[in-house]
Design a protein around this ligand. Structure first.
Ligand code: TK8
Length: 354
């Protein structure tokens, strides 16, 4: 009898322990915030994709971010990096973050305007006078306000990186004045303001994913495109383009985006790590990008491209021609929002002039 009683007690203990064990599993299936290295212990994987190739400062900085995050989380987070549009184009990868099928991408602000229209202000031609002012505004209060606008789109903006000042290349003619844009089949990023601004200048703009651009220029589907010098050189555009004109018409920021669902599933410590690493790697991206411009400009000339600067008078004429487009977008975006950016630029310029 005693033996049967002991067996019953043992069986009861096993059942109680099993029930407790199931409760822990349910807890780990909770909101996901308990996850991470202190939580259930499983490794979290980040799929980070960009459109530029693996020689570009953006990718080199992404590798730095990967190193910092994996080291500082003791491997609780692993980062897989993908370049050259392997995971899709900027718009598609941003949508993948919203859907949770990808965790990180770093697009230009232009395609982000399809998700948060106010971002078009960063693509106002001739908005930022130089990189120093751009850094101060983007890394300051106004820049943070724009990052906060991403949350409603299930996106988290961790930091601003640098694409850079955009210049025009084409296979037809040097762009000396606005009149030279006449009839030029110009690829633009998928952003209505870019389309409207280049139409106002007399070009024939076509929105196109970055991954399709080289072939389009090679086949003559488009005559030209506009991107910063490092991209023009490192993506080999000199192989299919004859002219590069330093219009510097837009300073293009990148935004380091993370899926909000994934970010919210990290521990607070991990959220701090991925954010601080994005800022640190962003500083490297800016440094490498700026160091490269002068050297790559010379390389483009050595590869046989016709290279011309734009005179201040020609730039002033372009500003005047696109101004009505900017006025229209200021109405759409909100005049107060646009003015806040212009005020921050003026304040940064005043501070630098002291
Ligand atoms: C690369 C793009 C590129 C951008 C463009 O994914 O599309 O022309 O300037 O850098 O983000």
């Amino acid at each position: 009898m005693k033996k049967i009683f002991s067996l019953l007690v043992l069986a009861m203990m096993v059942l109680v322990l099993a029930a407790c064990g199931g409760g822990n599993d349910d807890a780990s299936e909770g909101s996901g915030n308990e996850g991470g290295s202190e939580g259930s212990g499983e490794t979290k994987t980040i799929r980070a994709g960009i459109g530029l190739n693996d020689s570009h400062p953006q990718y080199l900085a992404l590798l730095e971010w990967k190193k910092l995050v994996e080291e500082r989380t003791d491997g609780a987070i692993e980062v897989e990096t993908y370049h050259s549009s392997q995971l899709g184009d900027d718009r598609g990868m941003t949508e993948a973050l919203q859907l949770g099928s990808q965790e990180v991408t770093i697009p230009s602000t232009a395609p982000i305007a399809n998700f948060v229209p106010e971002y078009s202000v960063f693509d106002f031609p001739f908005l930022f006078p130089n990189e120093e002012v751009a850094d101060m505004v983007l890394d300051g209060e106004v820049g943070q306000k724009f990052l906060d606008k991403l949350e409603d789109q299930n996106l988290v903006g961790l930091a601003y990186w640098e694409n850079g000042f955009r210049d025009v290349t084409n296979s037809e003619r040097a762009i000396e004045t606005a009149a030279d844009f006449e009839g030029l089949k110009l690829r633009t990023m998928e952003n209505d303001l870019h389309l409207d601004a280049f139409s106002a200048l007399g070009a024939n703009p076509t929105p196109m994913a970055f991954g399709e651009l080289f072939t389009a220029m090679q086949q003559g589907t488009v005559d030209g495109q506009e991107n910063p010098i490092p991209t023009i050189y490192l993506q080999g555009f000199y192989e299919v383009q004859d002219y590069v004109s330093t219009t510097h018409h837009i300073y293009s920021p990148f935004v380091f985006l993370m899926s909000k669902e994934f970010f919210d599933g990290l521990t607070e410590e991990q959220q701090t790590i991925v954010t601080e690493a994005a800022v640190e790697a962003g500083a490297l991206n800016r440094e490498l990008n700026r160091e490269a411009v002068a050297e790559y400009a010379e390389e483009l000339k050595a590869e046989g491209m016709n290279y011309n600067d734009i005179t201040p008078e020609a730039r002033a004429e372009m500003v005047e021609i696109v101004q009505p487009v900017l006025d229209e977008y200021a109405e759409q975006i909100g005049k107060e929002t646009v003015q806040e950016v212009y005020d921050a630029i003026a304040a940064a310029e005043a501070e630098l002039a002291e």
